[in-house]
Design a protein around this ligand. Structure first.
Ligand SMILES: [Zn+2]
Length: 245
């Protein structure tokens, strides 16, 4: 019988043979080394050739549109200022939009099918269209009309400012989180993971950034601002409101 064979290498005749044993062992070692070498090269390729992680944020804004088709009573009902009991002579309405798409900038090894990628996030944020409603009873071209529009433009400006802030916050947060990390794995699984993160984390974050405008809008409608309305244009707005009762 042959002596115990550590490598488990036995020739076709069942005899232990040093020369015959060496070949498969060496071949196995070479093959292993080749895969390692290849894997190492692939990762180096990914480092060298992949585009950097990208985050592009598109702030979609358009000039506001004015609308005088609703009466003050309708605007008041729509605005529902509640306990204040104030009439709404003008109203600014924004339409929130946040969307995040992701594209993989990937690289695949044609032999091993190994895959690597860096993501490119495409963010869209918007309040557009912003509609400025002026009560139908307020004549276009009048001092009261100009006064109402002047006030509503403060709301429009707050939306424009917050859109910039939101875009910066979302871009900063995505860049801080993803850095320039390279992802390895199955393209479809990586896609699903990114989609999950967008849904669970990044879209709510973007929506929260847009909603941060709301306390700013409330502060614009201060008691002082309402008081100013009453005396503006020699009491023209006040007279219009009294005429409604
Ligand atoms: Zn207001």
């Amino acid at each position: 019988m042959a002596s115990p064979n550590k490598s488990g290498c036995i020739d076709s005749a069942g005899r232990k043979s040093a020369a015959q044993c060496l070949r498969p062992a060496l071949a196995a070692l070479l093959a292993f080394f080749a895969i390692e070498l290849h894997a190492g090269n692939f990762r180096a390729d990914c480092e060298a050739r992949l585009a950097r992680t990208e985050v592009s944020v598109d702030q979609e804004s358009a000039p506001y549109v004015t609308d005088s088709s609703f009466g003050i009573a309708e605007l008041t009902a729509r605005n529902s200022p509640g306990a204040r009991g104030e009439s709404t002579v003008g109203l600014t309405v924004a339409h929130y939009l946040s969307a995040i798409d992701v594209v993989q900038n990937g690289l695949q090894d044609p032999e091993t099918r190994e895959y690597c990628m860096r993501p490119h996030f495409k963010v869209r944020l918007s309040y557009s269209p912003i509609e400025v409603f002026v009560g139908r009873e307020i004549q276009r071209g009048s001092c009261a009309y100009a006064e109402v529009v002047h006030h509503e433009e403060k709301h429009v400006a707050a939306y424009e400012l917050q859109l910039k802030k939101a875009a910066e916050a979302v871009e900063r947060a995505l860049r801080a989180h993803y850095g320039n990390t390279i992802f390895y794995g199955d393209p479809a699984k990586l896609d699903a993971q990114l989609a999950y993160s967008i849904r669970q984390q990044w879209l709510p974050f973007a929506e929260h950034q847009l909603e941060a405008v709301e306390p700013v809008q409330l502060a614009i409608d201060s008691p002082q601002e309402y008081a100013r309305y009453r005396t503006a244009c020699n009491g023209e707005i006040d007279r219009i409101l009294k005429g409604l009762r």
